[in-house]
Design a protein around this ligand. Structure first.
Ligand code: HEM
Length: 179
């Protein structure tokens, strides 16, 4: 879903792809670790991850036996509380024009931007593979750009529509790109 969204966004925004292509081709990459240091490529991965809603549903947590006081409200033991990536990733106070694809917003990311990002969940039950998944996305994108895959590409549809389950289900079953 995340890689599909990256491909969709680059096909939809050729100006972003051009910028990324120039960065990738002018970089002196010695090790795979260097790829994660490419600022625009990293911005493309982060921005796509913000918008892709791979797990769009709420991630519930149960209040422990002590109960919980939070911002003037008391939550009794065993209350279920939750929030979702959909709520957090599109907060317009933190991501102005939240539905716009802007990899450059990550160049000077505020601490609030990092704080509200939860593509892999948050806390003790967050995804155990988040570092590996982010690493793989950087590598995959780097190779796709090296092969100039997005030259002349455009998305078959203007939007990605999903239905909400734990794992997003793309309506129509595919994110299609045409050349
Ligand atoms: C981009 C790829 C991935 C995304 C977006 C993702 C997202 C998530 C999310 C949202 C959760 C729930 C976290 C929560 O409740 O706070 C989760 C949990 C989990 N993920 Fe991932 N995941 C990804 C890749 C992977 C991979 C590759 C693996 C295994 C190799 C993996 C293993 C797990 C496991 C075991 C949990 C349960 C952790 C727990 O309950 O303690 N994930 N993931």
């Amino acid at each position: 879903m995340n890689l599909g969204t990256i491909c969709f966004m680059l096909a939809k925004h050729p100006e972003a792809y051009e910028k990324l292509y120039i960065e990738v081709y002018s970089a002196a990459i010695q090790t795979t670790g260097d790829i994660q240091q490419l600022p625009y490529l990293s911005g493309v991965v982060r921005e796509s991850t913000r918008m892709s809603l791979t797990n769009p549903c709420r991630l519930p947590r149960e209040i422990t036996a002590k109960g919980w006081n939070f911002q003037g409200s008391y939550y009794p033991p065993r209350t279920t509380v939750s929030c979702s990536a959909y709520e957090m990733h599109f907060l317009h106070q933190i991501f102005p024009e939240p539905h716009a694809f802007r990899p450059e917003r990550w160049a000077a990311a505020s601490s609030d931007m990092h704080k509200v990002m939860m593509p892999f969940g948050l806390g003790t039950r967050q995804c155990i593979a988040r570092t590996m998944a982010m690493y793989q996305m950087h590598l995959a994108l780097y190779e796709l750009v090296r092969a100039d895959c997005f030259r002349g590409a455009r998305p078959a549809k203007q939007r990605i529509e999903i239905s909400e389950t734990f794992n997003a289900k793309v309506i129509g079953g595919a994110i299609d790109i045409v050349w």
